[in-house]
Design a protein. Structure first.
Length: 569
């Protein structure tokens, strides 16, 4: 122990708080004052403390959020049943969701079942189970949407859950961005961009799994954002109490108590993993992010051994609470598989005579057999995923995702005049498409913004930019390990839906920094006008592309003109 530490520990409570960050030296001018108000300003920022303090700001935040969410609902629910057939991977997940409703597990289907299913003959599933390679949460959510509609009555019922989740995600983006950037206006801008983005619209109108993965990741991020604020407010309160009582800032800071928002984030991350295993990347990334936030808070509060204190008082409890919760929620998501006997490999342990170890209590034999069977099932799922390498015309390398180099076509149909959906008086062929293509202007601007965000994070040490980059990195970078030159797995651009909210937040972060930099300075009007024009242009592009996101019949020439790159066809 150093001499100053030894002297301090002998005369003060080591869990008291200290007003200076180094030794017993006088506090420099920029150290946070050890009052509650001073600590709150230092830990949360003046902008956050003034957010929502006026009736006008509160009204704008609520009314604007409802208005933009209503817009999102219109573009997602309008003629949701179009196209009236199973598109792309709906052929798997919709029928698996329906068999969940009927049996509690994924059933196998006869050869070429889609025409009958699309025509309303939905009970042609077989008695045998289907081998599936994704966990059940997303399919259960699709099933719940069907239940709300009274069954798999039409394509609207297949897609209702995706649409409702997509609408909820827009509202979440608004509230998250508002809190993240301490700006009601920027929250509304972020929500508007999410409402009109192409990939967000397409996934809200199709029964695929990645929409639900995105949603639970977004919920987890919002919960951790709430936890960050709660923890800093609690830290400010407890530090101020010690100082007001005549104490000093010591080696360690005060404990903060149980963190319910962090538990909620863990539940959300468990559900994300229960949709797709790629949710694990966010477990790691967000877990590290929340611990770094805690370390920074204790350092800013003047706690001398902030790194040790943060790891022991905050980091260790985070691991103890979050990881078991994620695992427990994930295992619980297999409840249908456990509760029935018909699921794939449900009786693997019994069939293969794999008995429990002798030291296991006999009354746990059934539990052990089910768990051992589930483990073996997961081994086969893992082998499938790591070995997946099949040719597909829309497979893409993740390096091109950020610019949407090779978007995925979910549905495409072309008819001559007088055939199908093409009017007889049409001057040319007609096309109908569902293309999982983000708003190109939005994503191309965001692709340019991300390096700037990285630079600002390095220069300003801005936690907001760091949080946005962590979300992008967790959803994007791991896929490089499965692509050349490291691997050769078949993957698609539409996986980028999981980090779409963070791409939008990256662009809005730049808007926010620009507005903050020009506040009460020359150039403010130009900044506001430029942001307004950019957002207006993005909305205009979405209007142009909306037909090819939603299978609206359009002239073939119109569709072809929107294919700006040869790789889009």
């Amino acid at each position: 122990m150093s001499q100053p530490d030894a002297a301090l520990s002998s005369t003060t409570d080591p869990y008291a708080v200290r007003a200076t960050p180094q030794g017993d030296a006088p506090a420099p001018a920029d150290v946070i004052p050890p009052t509650r108000d001073g600590l709150l300003r230092g830990l949360l920022g003046a902008r956050r403390l003034t957010l929502g303090t006026t009736a006008r700001d509160r009204f704008t935040g609520v009314f604007g959020a409802l208005l933009i969410t209503a817009l999102a609902a219109v573009v997602r629910l309008y003629e949701l049943a179009r196209p009236g057939k199973l598109v792309f991977d709906e052929t798997y997940y919709v029928k698996e969701g329906y068999s969940f409703l009927r049996l509690g597990y994924e059933a196998a289907w006869p050869e070429n079942p889609n025409p009958a299913f699309e025509a309303g003959n939905v009970d042609t599933y077989l008695d045998s189970p289907e081998y599936v390679v994704h966990p059940p949460v997303g399919k259960w959510m699709i099933a719940l949407g069907m239940r709300l509609m009274g069954g798999a009555t039409d394509p609207t019922s297949w897609r209702l859950a995706s649409a409702l989740i997509g609408i909820a995600a827009v509202f979440l983006v608004i509230r998250i961005a508002r809190r993240l950037f301490a700006s009601t206006a920027m929250g509304l801008v972020a929500g508007l961009l999410m409402a009109v983005d192409g990939e967000a619209i397409v996934h809200s109108r199709t029964g695929l799994l990645d929409q639900f993965l995105m949603f639970w990741v977004l919920v987890a991020f919002g919960c951790l954002l709430m936890d960050r604020e709660w923890a800093r407010r609690r830290l400010a309160d407890r530090v101020a109490q010690v100082v007001e009582a005549g104490g000093v800032v010591g080696l360690y800071g005060p404990p903060l108590g149980f963190r319910w928002w962090r538990l909620a984030a863990a539940v959300s991350l468990g559900l994300a993993c229960g949709v797709k295993w790629s949710g694990l990347y966010f477990v790691a990334a967000f877990g590290l992010l929340t611990v770094i936030w805690d370390l920074a808070a204790r350092r800013a509060a003047g706690i001398r051994r902030w790194w040790e204190d943060g790891l022991v008082a905050d980091g260790l409890p985070a691991v103890i609470v979050m990881l078991p919760t994620v695992v427990a929620v994930y295992v619980a998501s297999w409840a249908g598989w456990f509760a029935t006997r018909g699921g794939y490999m449900r009786d693997w342990a019994e069939v293969n005579a794999v008995a429990a170890p002798s030291w296991f209590p006999s009354w746990t034999d059934g539990i052990w057999a089910a768990g051992r069977s589930l483990w073996e099932y997961h081994v086969t799922m893992w082998n499938f995923h790591v070995g997946l390498n099949s040719e597909h015309s829309y497979r893409s390398h993740p390096i091109g995702w950020i610019v949407q180099w090779r978007p995925t076509s979910f549905f495409w149909e072309k008819n001559a005049p007088g055939q199908g959906f093409c009017p007889a008086d049409s001057t040319g062929d007609c096309a109908s498409a569902v293309t999982s293509l983000d708003n190109p202007l939005l994503w191309w601007l965001a692709a340019l913004a991300i390096p700037v965000v990285i630079g600002l994070v390095v220069q300003l040490r801005d936690w907001r930019g760091t949080a946005v980059l962590v979300g992008i990195a967790a959803g994007w970078l791991p896929w490089f390990a499965y692509s050349a030159p490291f691997g050769d797995r078949t993957i698609f651009t539409f996986y980028s839906i999981v980090f779409t909210p963070f791409v939008i937040l990256a662009l809005v972060y730049l808007f926010t920094v620009w507005l903050e930099h020009t506040e009460r300075r020359p150039g403010r009007t130009g900044a506001v006008l430029t942001i307004f024009v950019v957002v207006l242009l993005i909305v205009g592009v979405s209007v142009l592309y909306y037909p090819i996101w939603t299978a609206m019949p359009v002239p073939y020439e119109y569709w072809h003109r929107l294919m700006l790159l040869p790789s889009w066809i």
